[in-house]
Design a protein around this ligand. Structure first.
Ligand code: ATP
Length: 252
């Protein structure tokens, strides 16, 4: 069996008394796109933050390319890409300058960074804003820039939090092609999303998260994805309520 490129091993996390992740185990292997879907507050961003090294879980372990994400060696960080929550762009730098910085931060030599940054501007349809400061961009274009910064070094492990939430239909297609292209070249990709139709188009596997728990997998094919999703969530709620009732009866 190949080593998971992205992994969560029995991860739980609570914010104060609120459980955000509950014994979540997840692996993404090279060449696969895994989508994490769930209702608002299901724990998707918390799971991705643990993988991005921005949150140390209360219990369990996250790993990226075999390492603790909070302490990635430089050569491993150079193979990792992430856009989780707000895009990591510098508001006062222009689009091209941001991309150049992202290339350098991912370990690209100075001479390679400029052409790679320039190509990324074109790939993400940002030509008209090439010299605009990031803070002046629309939300969708800022999202395009964040995704470009996370992917221009062609990572072998990539995590994207709701990458199409602010994008127009053209941007959605660009991100779809980008994500599929990276996975087809061997990258392990984990994306969170609310858009079941979009997820069905790019994912090899769909993990349903509910109340911080993995409540099952959905096959990306088929037409009734939404229905299957809600049935899974309802079933998880019913089982949870039955367990609670049984525990209460046992205590009485
Ligand atoms: P959405 O689809 O709305 O973005 P999500 O699935 O990404 O939701 P999370 O943001 O991971 O969900 O939140 C999971 C739970 O953890 C929620 O109950 C949320 O209120 C809580 N939570 C998340 N971040 C914090 C925080 N910094 N402090 C306190 N509670 C938090």
């Amino acid at each position: 069996m190949t080593t998971p490129t992205l992994g969560l091993d029995d991860v739980s996390h609570a914010f104060g008394g609120r459980v955000a992740l509950d014994h979540l185990t997840l692996t993404v292997r090279p060449g696969r796109v895994t989508a994490l879907i769930g209702l608002n507050g299901a724990g998707k961003t918390t799971a991705l933050r643990a993988l991005a090294g921005r949150l140390r879980p209360t219990r369990g372990m996250a790993q990226v390319l075999g390492h603790d994400p909070a302490d990635l060696p430089a050569d491993v960080a150079a193979r990792f890409g992430q856009a989780v929550e707000a895009p990591l762009v510098y508001p006062e730098l222009t689009v091209t300058e941001n991309l150049w910085c992202a290339a350098r931060l991912h370990g690209m030599p100075r001479r390679a960074a400029a052409p790679v940054a320039s190509a990324a501007v074109g790939h993400m349809g940002l030509d008209p804003w090439r010299h605009a400061r990031a803070r002046t961009l629309s939300m969708g274009n800022r999202q395009r820039l964040g995704i470009a910064c996370a992917t221009l070094h062609r990572p072998t492990a990539l995590i994207l939090d709701e990458p199409t939430s602010a994008l127009d239909p053209q941007g959605v297609v660009l991100v779809r092609e980008l994500v599929r292209g990276l996975a087809d070249a061997g990258a392990a990709v984990l994306v969170s999303s609310h858009h079941l139709d979009e997820v069905a188009r790019i994912a090899d596997e769909i993990v349903v998260l509910h109340a911080g728990r993995d409540v099952g997998r959905l096959e990306p094919g088929g037409t009734d994805l939404e229905q299957r999703f809600f049935a899974m969530v309802l079933d998880a709620d019913t089982r949870e309520a039955d367990t609670r009732d049984a525990n209460t009866e046992a205590q009485v």
